[in-house]
Write a protein that binds this ligand. Structure first.
Ligand code: CNA
Length: 279
C-alpha cells in the first residue's frame, strides 16, 4: 500500500499547504486530469449533472439511449442527433474559462508536465496551452475525417456545415464526415496510452490535479489511482474517485473559484486575470 509506505510530503491537506508545496523546489512537474466540469462555466453543459447535463437533455433527439449519440452504428444510420449536439457544443461558440487560463499560467511558470483532458472542446489550446502539452484522450473537434475513406476534411468547411445544421459529406466518396472525437468502441489515441503509461512507470509527476470530472469513464479515470508517489488534488463540485491517501487534498466547489483562491495564495492572481482577459 503506497499511501502507507511513502513519506508525507504536504504539511496539511488544505489549499495553503498545496500552494506552499507548489512554490517549493520539490514541485516541478504538474500533471492535470480534466473533465467537462472545467468547461461548464463557459456554457458547455457536462454529461452527468442532473437536469443541466447533456444526457438529461438528449431526450428530445429521440435516441434509443443518450449514449447512442456517440455510437458509430447509430451515427451511420442517423447522424442528425450527433450533428444537432455538435452544433450546440461547437467550440468556436465558447470562450475558455478561468480554469483553462490557470493551465496556461502553470505552463508559463514551467510547471506543466502534461494536461490530460477528456474534453473535446479544444478550450485548453484556445487558452494558449501548447498542443504538445495536451493529451485529448477522447479526441476533439480540432480535426475531422470521412468515416469510410478516412480522407481528412477541411476545418472551415465543417464548421460552416455544423453551424448551418448541414451534414458534412466527404468530397471524394460522399461518406459521412465525423470530427475526430472518440466514439464508444473506438480506440483512444496512442499518445494517451503512451503518456499515461510513462507517467505511471517513470513517476514523472510531482503533483496530480484532477478537475471537473466524475471519474467514471475508463481507462481515463483509472489513471488517477495508477499515479503513485505524489500528492493528488481533487477539485470538483462533489466528491468522486478515491482520494484517501495521506497526501491527497479534496477541494470541493466550482473549479474557477478554487483556482482563483489557489492563485491568490501563490501570488499569481493578477497574472491569471491577465491571461483570462487575453482569451
Ligand atoms: P461528467 O461525467 O459530466 O462529470 C462532470 C463532473 O464535473 C461532475 O462530477 C460535476 O459535479 C463536476 N462539475 C460540473 N461543473 C463543475 C464546476 N464548475 N466546477 C467543478 N466541478 C464541476 O464529465 P466527465 O468529463 O467526467 O465525463 C467524461 C466524458 C464527458 C468525456 O468523454 C467527455 O468527452 C465528455 N464531455 C465533454 C465536454 C466538453 O468537452 N466540454 C462536455 C460534455 C461531456
Amino acid at each position: 500500500n503506497h499511501s502507507e509506505s511513502s513519506p508525507k510530503v504536504l504539511e496539511g491537506n488544505d489549499l495553503q499547504s498545496l500552494a506552499k508545496y507548489m512554490k517549493s523546489d520539490s514541485c516541478r512537474n504538474i500533471c492535470l486530469m480534466l473533465g467537462a466540469g472545467v468547461s461548464t462555466s463557459a456554457g458547455i453543459p457536462d454529461f452527468r449533472s442532473p437536469g443541466t447535463g447533456l444526457y438529461s437533455n438528449l431526450a428530445r433527439l429521440n435516441l434509443p439511449c443518450p449514449e447512442a449519440v456517440f455510437e458509430m452504428d447509430f451515427f451511420r444510420s442517423n447522424p442528425v442527433p450527433f450533428y444537432t449536439l455538435a452544433k450546440e457544443i461547437y467550440p468556436s461558440r465558447y470562450r475558455p474559462t478561468l480554469t483553462h487560463s490557470f493551465i496556461k499560467v502553470l505552463h508559463s511558470h514551467g510547471l506543466l508536465h502534461t494536461c490530460f483532458t477528456q474534453n473535446i472542446d479544444t478550450l485548453e489550446r484556445r487558452a494558449g496551452v501548447p498542443e504538445e502539452k495536451i493529451i485529448e484522450a477522447h479526441g476533439s473537434f480540432a480535426t475531422q475525417k470521412c468515416i469510410d475513406c478516412k480522407d481528412p476534411y477541411d476545418d472551415a468547411k465543417i464548421e460552416k456545415a455544423i453551424l448551418n445544421s448541414e451534414i458534412p459529406r466527404c468530397e471524394r466518396c460522399k461518406g459521412l464526415v465525423k470530427p475526430n472525437i472518440v466514439f464508444f468502441g473506438e480506440a483512444l489515441p496512442k499518445r494517451f496510452y503512451q503518456s499515461a503509461l510513462s507517467l505511471e512507470l517513470e513517476g514523472d509527476a510531482d503533483l496530480l490535479i484532477v478537475m471537473g470530472t466524475s471519474l467514471t469513464v475508463n481507462p481515463f479515470a483509472s489513471m488517477a489511482d495508477r499515479v503513485k508517489g505524489c500528492p493528488r488534488v481533487l477539485i470538483n463540485l462533489n466528491e468522486v474517485g478515491n482520494f484517501h491517501r495521506q497526501d491527497d487534498i479534496v477541494l470541493l466547489g466550482k473549479c474557477d473559484d478554487i483556482v482563483r483562491r489557489l492563485c491568490r495564495e501563490l501570488g499569481w492572481e493578477e497574472e491569471l486575470d491577465r491571461e483570462w482577459e487575453a482569451t
